[in-house]
Design a binder for this molecule. Structure first.
Ligand SMILES: [Zn+2]
Length: 348
């Protein structure tokens, strides 16, 4: 995700506190006994040589990381913010003395890719689907010789970004890229547009573990501003066909296949709710005034309740616009190109 807003009116940590308890109960119900419930900032060994680390989203805006230890090197999933990369590198080194050779950006957002320079300095090559660079060319105009873009905006609010520099991924794939040393196998896959145009998954077919980036989150973290919810649903369906037993999401705790199913279910129900209004010929104002009612209905479904959060109105608007409607939020989309990449909101 790319949540920019850290204002009191939009307290991510308050949301996290609010959703953590029910999720804890759900995880206890759904996750196999072998999988401990992840804890923010704690390294979790998902399987031997395969690790998951839930980033400190509430305090630092960090994304989750994963890493896979191969015979000769370590492949890391997600670039994180510079401070997130710096926080996790020593933890990786505690689990392996192999060099960190590759850092896979699941997408272009700052909390997943702005740490690339830190990985490069640690000896790794940033890897991504080519759509990540295409998105960077669109939004990181400052890097490509144009007007200041998202990086410069983020640097105003984040010392770690200000002290580093943008390093777009340099090892790119179109459909997939495979790392295989005969013991471990990781397939980096692009399954279509979802959270962004450049989303990549890291799939471990032997262990049936899927690292999803923000194409799948586990909690109220679905930022939809750079995505397409209609296509996102299809991409999630393609991901579900892989048959993963463990889902390591971009934000929120690790879980079983239900995490992917619930993320899918959330968007399907959200879209159905908005489509019903569109089909009934409702105006933008009428859709806007239905937001609370839709929210209440989604919250009444225990499988998707935890996905409903402060992005909700923007998510309803996003679906409405995708279905041909006009934006209805008074100040435009909650996250626009000026605020989307920053670590905190400039808005009250
Ligand atoms: Zn994101």
């Amino acid at each position: 995700m790319n949540y920019s807003s850290r204002s009191p009116a939009f307290s991510v940590s308050a949301q996290i506190d609010a959703f953590r308890r029910p999720v804890g109960l759900m995880l206890a119900a759904f996750v196999s006994a072998a999988l401990a419930v992840a804890e923010v900032g704690k390294v979790e060994q998902v399987q031997p040589g395969i690790y998951f680390h839930e980033g400190d989203l509430g305090r630092f805006g960090h994304c989750n990381n994963g890493w896979i230890v191969f015979d000769d090197y370590v492949l890391v999933v997600d670039g994180n913010f510079p401070s997130g990369a710096k926080a996790v590198i020593p933890k990786i080194k505690e689990t392996s003395d192999k060099p960190i050779r590759f850092a896979f950006d699941t997408h272009h957002h700052g909390d997943h890719a702005y740490g690339n320079q830190v990985w490069v300095e640690a000896g790794a090559i940033p890897v991504a689907h080519e759509g990540v660079v295409e998105e960077m060319k669109k939004y990181e105009t400052g890097y490509y010789g144009g007007a200041p873009g998202r990086w410069e905006e983020a640097a105003k609010g984040r010392a770690d970004v200000a002290a580093s520099k943008l390093k777009p991924p340099t090892l790119l794939f179109r459909k997939e890229m495979i790392f295989d040393d005969g013991k471990k196998r990781v397939e980096l896959l692009h399954l279509g547009m979802a959270h962004t145009r450049g989303d990549g998954f890291a799939w471990l077919p032997k262990e049936k573990i899927l690292f999803t980036g923000d194409a799948c989150v586990n909690g109220p973290y679905n930022f939809t501003g750079d995505g397409d919810i209609g296509q996102w649903i299809q991409t999630l369906e393609a991901a579900m066909k892989l048959g993963a037993k463990t889902i390591c999401p971009g934000h929120g705790p690790v879980g079983g296949p239900e995490v992917l199913e619930d993320q899918h279910r959330y968007f399907v129900q959200l879209r159905a709710e908005v489509k019903q209004l569109v089909d009934a010929g409702k105006s933008a104002d009428e859709v806007k005034s239905s937001v609370d009612a839709i929210k209440a209905r989604l919250k009444s479904n225990p499988r998707i309740e935890r996905y409903v959060g402060s992005f909700f109105s923007a998510q309803v608007e996003k679906v409405y616009v995708e279905l041909g409607g006009k934006p209805f939020q008074a100040r435009g989309p909650l996250f626009d190109s000026r605020t989307v990449a920053s670590g905190r909101s400039r808005r009250p």
